[in-house]
Design a protein around this ligand. Structure first.
Ligand code: 5AD
Ligand code: SF4
Length: 447
C-alpha cells in the first residue's frame, strides 16, 4: 500500500478519569508529532490501549480486547499498551500478546512519539520508570469531551490501602503547581467550556508546596467564565476544615462529592488500612452536609474483603441506610498481586458465592435508598448542563445538575453545553426525567 500523508492513531481507554485525561495528553502529544487521531481502529497505523489494573475483571477485558483489536491491524500497524496494566505487567505483556510492541506506564508518555516511531521500525519497547516530576506540563491535551474538561492536578498516591494496586502502578503522590492548573482552566474556558473536574487519586490531599486543596478550589473557582468545578476522588481524612470551608464558600464548586467509604465496618476499614473508622467517615459526611446545603454524596464500596464477616457486612448495609448516598459504585474484592491484602491468612478469604450474595443485597440496599431519595426530589427545579445526546430514545439529551443528578430532557445536539432550568418530573430510581422551564430553551422542543 502507498504511504499516505500523516500516519493515524487510535486510542481506546479503560479505567478511571485519570486514564481518560492521560489518553487526551497522549493524543495531544502524538498529534503535535504528526499523527492524525482517528475514531475507529480499522487500519489505524498506531493502536493504543490505555489500561486499568484495579480489578482482575478490568484486566481480563483488556486482554480480550487486545486479541479483538488485532484484526484491525494492517501489515504495518503497531499496537501499544499504556496505563496501569502496562506498568504492572511490563514485559509479561509482550510475552502474552505477540502483536503488542510497545508497553508504556503512566509516567512514560513524554517520549511516546519516539517510542511509537521505533515500534513502527520494528523494535519492541518497554518504558515503566516512575518520574516524580512528571505532569506533562507542556503537552496540549486533545480533549474528547466538549462540555466538561478533565484537569489532572495530582498524580500517584501515598496512601497504602491494602487492596489497592494504584500505588504500584502510578507511583508516589505529587501535585502540579497551582498557577499551571489555573492556566489550563483559563485555557479550557477560552475554548468555550464552563465545567472542570479536578482529578487526583486522593485529590483533596493536593499540595504543591505552597498551596493546599482549599487554595486550589478558590483559585480555580474564581477563573472568569467557570460555572462549575468538581473534583474526584477525595479521601475522608483530607477534608480539613479549610477545604470544607472553601467548598462551601466558592459558588462555582458544585454540591456533590464522591467520597469512597469502602466499608461500614471499622474492623474491615482497619484491615483495608483506610485510616478512618465508621464513625469517622460518618462525621466527615455530617461536616460536609452541615457546611454545604443540598450536598449529594456518592461513594465506592467493596464487598468480600478478606475477613469480612456477615456482621461486618451488615454494618456496611446499615451505613448505606444511614448515610443517604445518592448512588454508589460497588465492587467484589479482587485480589491484586503484590498488594498487602493478598498476604492475609487464607482462612480470611470470603468465598465467591458469599461475596456475590452480599453484592446483590448491597445493590438492592443502595438502589432502594437512592430511589427513596429521588422520589423526595420530584417537582424540584434544577439548573442542568446538557452533556450529551441520550443513547436510547429519540430527541432526548442527558443533562447534569450541580448535585450530579442525571436528567433526561427533550432536546437535540444543539443543546450540548447549554444550561437549562428543568423541573424533575419523574425518576427511574437512578435517573430523572425533566421538563425544561427556563426561558433560554428557545429551541425546537416539544411541550
Ligand atoms: N478489588 C475491588 N475493588 C477495588 N477497588 C480498588 N481496588 C479494588 C480491589 N482490589 C475499588 C475501590 C476504589 C474504586 C476505584 O475501586 O472501591 O474506590
Ligand atoms: Fe485503573 Fe486505578 Fe489505574 Fe485508574 S489509577 S486506570 S482506576 S488502576
Amino acid at each position: 500500500m502507498m504511504e499516505t500523508s500523516r500516519p493515524t492513531v487510535y486510542i481506546e481507554t479503560y479505567g478511571c478519569q485519570m486514564n481518560v485525561s492521560d489518553s487526551e495528553l497522549m493524543l495531544g502529544k502524538l498529534a503535535a508529532s504528526g499523527y492524525t487521531p482517528v475514531d475507529v481502529p480499522d487500519g489505524a497505523d498506531v493502536i493504543l490501549v490505555n489500561t486499568c489494573a484495579i480489578r482482575d475483571h478490568a484486566e481480563q477485558r483488556v486482554i480480550g480486547r487486545l486479541g479483538e483489536l488485532k484484526r484491525h491491524m494492517t501489515a504495518t500497524s503497531i499496537m501499544g499498551v499504556t496505563g496501569c496494566m502496562a506498568q504492572r505487567l511490563g514485559p509479561q505483556l509482550l510475552e502474552k500478546a505477540k502483536h503488542v510492541s510497545l508497553v508504556v506506564g503512566p509516567d512514560g508518555y513524554r517520549t511516546l512519539p519516539a517510542m511509537v516511531d521505533s515500534a513502527r521500525n520494528g523494535q519492541r519497547t518497554i518504558a515503566t520508570t516512575f518520574d516524580m516530576e512528571e505532569h506533562y506540563e507542556d503537552f496540549t491535551p486533545r480533549r474528547f469531551d466538549k462540555v466538561k474538561a478533565w484537569i489532572p492536578v495530582q498524580r500517584g498516591c501515598d496512601y497504602r490501602c491494602t487492596y489497592c494496586i494504584v500505588p504500584t502502578t502510578r507511583g508516589s503522590e505529587r501535585s502540579r503547581q497551582l498557577p499551571d492548573v489555573v492556566r489550563e482552566v483559563e485555557g479550557v474556558v477560552s475554548e468555550g467550556m464552563t465545567e472542570v473536574v479536578l482529578l487526583g487519586q486522593t485529590v483533596n490531599s493536593y499540595n504543591d508546596g505552597t498551596h493546599d486543596f482549599a487554595d486550589l478550589l478558590r483559585a480555580v473557582g474564581a477563573v472568569r467564565g467557570i460555572r462549575r468545578v468538581r473534583y474526584t476522588s477525595p479521601h475522608p481524612n483530607d477534608f480539613s476544615d479549610r477545604v470544607i470551608r472553601a467548598m462551601a464558600e466558592v459558588p462555582t464548586v458544585c454540591e456533590h462529592v464522591h467520597l469512597p467509604m469502602q466499608s461500614g465496618s471499622t474492623k474491615t476499614l482497619k484491615r483495608m488500612l483506610r485510616r478512618y473508622t465508621r464513625e469517622g467517615y460518618a462525621e466527615c459526611v455530617q461536616k460536609l452536609r452541615a457546611a454545604i446545603p443540598g450536598l449529594s454524596i456518592t461513594t465506592d464500596i467493596i464487598v468480600g474483603f478478606p475477613g469480612e464477616t456477615d456482621a461486618d457486612f451488615e454494618e456496611t448495609l446499615s451505613a448505606v441506610r444511614e448515610l443517604g448516598f445518592a448512588d454508589a459504585f460497588m465492587f467484589i474484592f479482587s485480589p491484586r498481586d503484590g498488594t498487602p491484602a493478598t498476604r492475609m491468612p487464607e482462612e480470611l478469604t470470603v468465598p465467591q458465592d458469599v461475596a456475590a450474595e452480599r453484592m446483590a443485597r448491597l445493590v438492592e440496599t443502595v438502589r432502594a435508598g437512592a430511589r427513596a431519595l429521588n422520589l423526595t426530589q420530584l417537582g424540584q427545579r434544577r439548573e442542568v448542563l446538557v452533556e450529551r445526546e441520550a443513547k436510547r430514545g429519540e430527541a432526548m439529551v442527558l443533562a447534569r445538575s450541580r448535585d450530579f443528578r442525571s436528567v433526561l430532557v427533550p432536546g437535540d445536539a444543539t443543546l450540548l453545553g447549554q444550561y437549562l432550568t428543568v423541573e424533575l418530573t419523574g425518576t427511574t430510581g437512578s435517573t430523572f426525567t425533566g421538563q425544561i422551564v427556563s426561558e433560554r430553551a428557545a429551541l425546537p422542543l416539544a411541550g
